[in-house]
Design a protein around this ligand. Sequence first.
Ligand SMILES: [Zn+2]
Length: 89
Amino acid sequence: MSQLSVRAARVPTDEGTVWRSMVSEYCCDEMQEAWEDGLVGFGEHEGETNDPAINLYRVDVWPEATIWTEYPIRFCPFCGTEILLETAE
Ligand SMILES: [Zn+2]
């Protein structure tokens, strides 16, 4: 059975380090679509993350600002498979 498998690592940049992530396997077609559409992803939706996690994203668009909210998930909301996240500092 397939499992959403994500590898993330800190990579050096000119300004320090940033998290980069890579999906090696998707658990189901729905998750692949959600990931590619940016509904689910690794870390903060915008900017650098301090919390390496797989998140569900919600966006609130206000006249003053656009606010992204992250909801960490441990299981796929579509097929129920546990999410595998491997991180390396
Ligand atoms: Zn799934």
